[in-house]
Design a binder for this molecule. Structure first.
Ligand code: GLU
Length: 305
């Protein structure tokens, strides 16, 4: 019998309340520091398209690195061959914005979910699309089935002003020939897609094609099954930065997090789940978000393992 998703997430929402105050809201992007830290939203979209939600599930938040999941999917649609010569598929074991491995490995980022990898993906989209910002927005609106999805340019500009590390990563990769467009142009688009605002329900819906072999709720193909397998595998091994091992151990779902406090996870054939709680742990992942995911797979008895 299918577990009662609504009852489980309501129970979890109450049980995680004592954890409020234990993490810290991201402040290296000044605009993000303004968020109310006490928000908690959870949404699930099951394979039949039913959505179950609690708490702040309708409040928009900055998806930040979760956008890397969707830009990767878009880039895979636009560029099939060259992509995997320019970005690897191994976990990095370093922080999301680390420069350390990049020089040792000749400007080829370990995977598309660390900042360096996502910046190469942004460069690929720039090279393949005439109107790259519009292509990203169109893709996001299609997969969320929400025409109101927007970038938050105040957040994008705030990150652009302070994102010196991302600039350093980009110039280093440019020197190795792994950034083809102008660095400034790539960084502007990267910060823009990181500033996308979705709510938990949008995010659970947006990931539906990853639980349905690449098809959206209307049966339209978003990604071919081979690429869904690849994206979900990358989420499993690299979706939570330095907590990827801990997350696999405790939760057992492919997932992607962002410093805005969101996490989205998928169980192919069953459900996608999104959580938003802005206070982060020391690895930059939502502290309550990770706990919610662990409690959910434990209580429901449903994980990839
Ligand atoms: N825009 C953020 C950065 O590049 C994304 C990081 C994240 O969400 O983990 O620093």
């Amino acid at each position: 019998m299918k577990p009662n998703f609504q009852k489980i997430i309501e129970e979890i929402s109450r049980e995680v309340l004592p954890l409020l105050g234990l993490g810290k809201v991201a402040n290296y992007i000044p605009e993000l520091a303004k968020i109310d830290p006490r928000k908690i939203g959870i949404s699930i979209c099951d394979i039949d398209g039913n959505v179950y939600s609690t708490g702040d599930c309708k409040t928009l938040f900055s998806i930040q690195s979760i956008s890397k999941l969707f830009t990767l999917c878009l880039a895979m649609k636009l560029e099939d061959n060259e992509l995997w010569n320019r970005v690897g598929m191994e976990p990095s074991g370093t922080a999301f914005n680390s420069l350390v491995l990049l020089e040792e490995e000749n400007g080829i980022p370990r995977n598309p979910f660390i900042n360096a990898g996502a910046i190469v993906i942004t460069d690929i989209i720039l090279g393949k699309s005439k109107h790259p910002s519009d292509s990203i927005l169109k893709f996001m609106r299609e997969i969320t089935q929400n025409k109101n999805i927007k970038f938050n340019d105040t957040v994008a500009v705030s990150e652009r002003k302070h994102g010196h590390r991302n600039a350093a990563l980009s110039y280093l990769m440019k020197d190795y020939g792994n950034i083809h467009k102008e660095v400034e142009e790539v960084l502007n688009l990267y910060c823009r897609h990181c500033s996308l605002e979705l709510n938990c329900e949008d995010l659970a819906r947006a990931s539906y094609f990853l639980i349905n072999q690449g098809k959206d709720i209307d049966g339209k193909t978003v990604l071919i099954p081979r690429d869904v397998k690849r994206v979900n595998s990358l989420m499993m091994t690299s979706g939570l930065y330095n907590n990827a091992g801990k997350f696999a151990f405790e939760v057992g779902l492919p997932a992607k997090s962002g410093v805005g406090g969101g996490i989205v996870g998928v169980l192919p054939g069953q459900f996608s789940i999104s959580v938003w709680s802005p206070e982060l742990n020391e690895s930059g992942n939502s502290l309550i978000g990770m706990k919610v995911m662990e409690m959910f797979t434990t209580k429901s008895g449903m994980s990839v393992f």
